[in-house]
Design a protein around this ligand. Structure first.
Ligand code: GLN
Length: 421
C-alpha cells in the first residue's frame, strides 16, 4: 500500500499555495533575493520518520528559529539560575526587534525577541563570537542529523546593516545583561541566525523537541527534559511575537518563526512540523506558513487545548479469583486513571489473602500514577495484610518498590500464580 500521508501533505500544500499575501523581508538585503514562490512542508514523528512536500530540500537561513535552540544550549551551558537572572520569560506583545527591556532590571522580557536572544547567545559556551557560533552549529547539526553550515552572504549582509541589533547589544551592555563586548556578541548572534537549513532539517529539530530532547534517528539525548519544557513554554507564550495570542487560539502548538520564512512547531510526544515560504505578514511570520499550520491543526486536531475524548476507564474490572482478588487494568495510566484505581481498590470488598493487579494490557504509567499505585501496594500490604502480586509480563512498573521494604511479587502469567495458602 502507498501511504496516504504524502498525498495529504501535497493536498494541504496546494490548498495553501494561493494564500500568497505579504512580502519577502528586505531589511536584510540578502533575504530580498529569495524566491517568494517557494513553499514547503515537513513532518517528523518521534521515531524519526519524515514526510515532506514541496521545496523541503531548499536551504534558507534559520534566522529567529535559532532562538529557542540557542536558549536551550544557554540553559545547558550556563545553568537555569544564571540565565533566568538575566532573561525573563514574559511575553512582550511587541515586535521581534523592539528595543524594550524590563523597567528596573534591564532584563529582556523573553529569549524569543532579539534583545533576549542576543543575551541568550552570550550564555552559550565559547570565548568569542566564532566559538559560540561553532558550538551552536555543532549542536544544531546533531539535532538535524547532518552537518550544517553557515550562509556567509546572509551573515555579511545582515552584519553590514545591523544597526538596530547593535543598538540593542549596547543597551544590554549598559544594564550589565551582557558582560562582554556587545559588538562581538551581536556578531555571534547574527552568525547564529545565518545557519543554512532546509524544511526537512527543521522538522527533524522540531521532532527532537517533541521527543523530549532525544534525536529521533540517532537516539542521542541532546537536552534534558526540564530544558525542553522550558524552551517549549517560551515558544508557546512568546514564539510568535505580537501574534502569540492569535497563534495560540487558532493553531495552539509551541512554535517559532524566522524572517526567512520558516516556521517550526512542536506537538510534544507526537510530531515535529516545519513549513517554509518567504513572504511575511505584518508580524514578520510567513503568510502561507501560518495558513499551513492552521490547516494542519484543523485537520489533524493538533491544538494542545483540544480536550481529548475522556478515555475508557483504566480499570477493566475486578473480581475474586480463588483466594485472590484480581484488578484488571488497561491503557495508559496517568493521574485521573490512577485516581479511579485507588478509589475502586479502597471501596472493594477484598475477602481473600491475595490481591492481583493484572497489568498485561497496560502500556504506560506516568510518574505520579506509579507513585499512587505503589502507595496502594504499600497500604494493602501493611494495613490490610494482603499479599500483592503484579501480573506484569512487560515490566511496565519496573523494579516496584513500595517503600518500608515492601516489594510486590511479580509474575508474568496467571499460570505462575499459586495462592498464599
Ligand atoms: N536575524 C534576524 C534579526 O535579528 C532574525 C529576526 C527574525 O527572524 N525574526 O533581525
Amino acid at each position: 500500500m502507498r501511504s496516504p500521508i504524502p498525498d495529504y501533505l501535497q493536498e494541504v500544500l496546494d490548498d495553501c499555495r494561493n494564500a500568497d499575501g505579504g512580502a519577502v523581508a528586505d531589511y536584510i538585503p540578502e533575504l530580498a533575493s529569495a524566491d517568494p514562490d517557494r513553499i514547503a512542508l515537513a513532518l517528523t514523528t518521534p521515531d524519526g520518520t519524515t514526510y515532506c512536500s514541496g521545496d523541503a530540500d531548499v536551504e534558507f537561513s534559520i534566522q529567529s528559529i535559532s532562538k529557542p535552540f540557542a536558549y536551550g544550549i544557554a540553559l545547558l551551558d550556563s545553568g537555569f539560575e544564571n540565565v533566568l537572572a538575566k532573561i525573563g520569560v514574559e511575553p512582550s506583545g511587541e515586535a521581534f526587534n523592539e528595543i524594550s527591556l524590563e523597567e528596573n532590571s534591564g532584563r529582556p522580557r523573553n529569549p524569543m525577541i532579539n534583545a533576549g536572544a542576543i543575551a541568550a547567545h552570550s550564555f552559550m559556551d565559547g570565548k568569542n563570537a566564532d566559538e559560540r557560533a561553532e558550538r551552536f552549529r555543532e549542536r544544531m547539526s546533531m539535532a538535524a542529523g547532518r552537518e550544517l553550515s553557515y550562509d556567509e552572504s546572509v551573515f555579511t549582509s545582515e552584519l553590514d546593516t545591523a544597526y538596530r541589533n547593535i543598538a540593542i547589544g549596547y543597551m544590554l551592555r549598559t544594564h550589565n545583561i551582557l558582560e562582554t563586548d556587545p559588538d562581538d556578541v551581536v556578531r555571534g548572534y547574527i552568525r547564529q541566525c545565518s545557519l543554512s537549513v532546509t524544511t526537512r532539517d527543521l522538522s527533524m529539530m522540531a521532532a527532537t523537541l517533541a521527543n523530549g530532547g532525544v534525536q529521533p534517528v540517532t537516539g542521542r539525548r541532546l537536552s534534558g527534559d526540564r530544558a525542553v519544557r522550558q524552551v517549549l513554554s517560551v515558544m508557546m507564550t512568546c514564539g510568535m511575537y505580537d501574534a502569540a495570542g492569535d497563534w495560540m487560539t487558532t493553531v495552539g502548538i509551541p512554535a517559532k518563526s524566522g524572517v526567512a520564512g520558516g516556521i517550526l512547531g512542536v506537538l510534544p510526544g507526537q510530531v515535529g512540523i516545519a513549513v517554509f515560504s518567504p513572504r511575511l505578514d505584518s508580524h514578520g511570520n510567513s503568510t502561507r506558513g501560518v495558513k499551513l499550520f492552521e490547516r494542519l491543526t484543523e485537520d489533524m486536531g493538533l491544538h494542545l487545548m483540544e480536550v481529548p475524548p475522556v478515555g475508557r476507564s483504566v480499570l477493566r474490572g475486578h473480581s475474586p479469583h480463588g483466594a485472590a482478588h484480581v484488578f484488571g487494568l488497561q491503557g495508559s495510566i496517568r493521574f485521573a486513571g490512577a485516581e479511579a484505581v485507588v478509589r475502586q481498590v479502597a471501596e472493594a470488598d477484598l475477602s481473600g489473602d491475595d490481591v492481583i493487579f493484572d497489568l498485561s494490557r497496560v502500556h504506560g504509567v506516568s510518574d505520579v500514577a506509579r507513585r499512587m499505585f505503589l502507595e496502594v501496594v504499600r497500604r494493602l500490604t501493611l494495613e490490610d495484610r494482603k499479599r500483592v502480586i503484579l501480573l506484569d509480563p512487560d515490566g511496565i512498573v519496573d523494579e516496584p518498590d513500595a517503600g518500608d521494604g515492601i516489594r510486590p511479587v511479580v509474575i508474568s502469567s496467571l499460570d505462575d500464580y499459586s495462592p498464599a495458602r
